[in-house]
Design a protein around this ligand. Structure first.
Ligand SMILES: [Zn+2]
Length: 265
């Protein structure tokens, strides 16, 4: 079995290791007695490890995620825009990209597609990849049942297919959170899970220079940059960022090319 096989997850290995640890502790307790905090310490350590797996998409803790370009991609990066389509911001992002002859990926929220079908068609027509970013992006999405999550993924896939004629393969989980339910929903749906390795925080950093500085500091070959097409700050920084990236000898490639994955069924 390959180490990166989906079933051989870090989560599974962690459970085995901690299971053995608890068994040894119980055995030791039987022979010599263990203080209550000995068990507390193990529970605390386990929680820390699982927390890391849930909130850091690059960890690949629950399932294999793609968060960077292949080594063959060389000095290239890809831009990804989440949480659209937005009638206010997405067209302006598209204009900037067109001006620079760039193709990127948009991870769209299903419920935002209604009323914005023409915009979604424009995204597809201009050569950008469209990925699934759930239907509701609900604040409690991560507490939903596997069935409900799987329905959201399907609903958004169907909508994108109806509007653009292509069914997406790429899925980015809302908030980048992966837990056992998200993992099971994705195993059912067959999506490839796409993360990032450069998180811009473009919806939180209000200062244009700070945002630019952060992006340039994190820039590296194979970077998958997480941006959003629903904020003013992103629009302000985007042309300057594109210029600076290219000045440093990087190319901005379409996401599917950078990671070498077919974006549609
Ligand atoms: Zn999002």
């Amino acid at each position: 079995m390959m180490l990166n096989d989906d079933k051989m997850t870090t989560f599974r290995n962690t459970n085995i290791v901690f299971g053995l640890l608890v068994l040894s502790l119980v055995a030791w307790d039987w022979a010599h007695s263990v203080a209550w905090w000995g068990y507390g310490l193990v529970v605390f350590a386990y929680s820390l490890v699982v927390f890391y797996g849930v909130y850091f998409i690059q960890s690949g803790f629950f399932l294999k995620t793609i968060c960077q370009g292949t080594p063959q991609a060389g000095r290239a990066i890809a831009l990804t825009f989440d949480d659209g389509p937005s009638p206010e911001y997405t067209p302006r992002v598209l204009d900037i990209l067109k001006e620079h002859h760039l193709q990127v990926a948009f991870f769209c929220i299903g419920k935002k597609i209604a009323g914005n079908e023409a915009l979604l068609q424009r995204i597809a027509r201009e050569g950008h990849v469209i990925g699934n970013h759930s239907f509701t992006h609900h604040l409690w999405f991560d507490l939903f049942s596997v069935k409900k999550m799987a329905e959201e993924l399907q609903q958004t896939d169907r909508l994108i297919e109806t509007v653009t004629g292509r069914r997406p393969v790429l899925f980015r989980p809302p908030f980048g959170v992966i837990n056992p339910h998200v993992r099971d929903a994705v195993r059912q749906s067959g999506h490839r899970v796409i993360g990032w390795n450069v998180r811009s925080y473009d919806t939180m950093i209000n200062d244009k220079h700070k945002l630019m500085h952060r992006l340039m500091r994190l820039l590296r070959p194979g970077a998958v940059v997480l941006l959003h097409d629903h904020g003013k700050r992103t629009l302000e920084v985007l042309p300057e960022f594109i210029r600076a990236v290219q000045e440093q000898g990087y190319t901005i490639e379409p996401l599917d090319k950078l990671i070498n994955v077919q974006p549609y069924v």
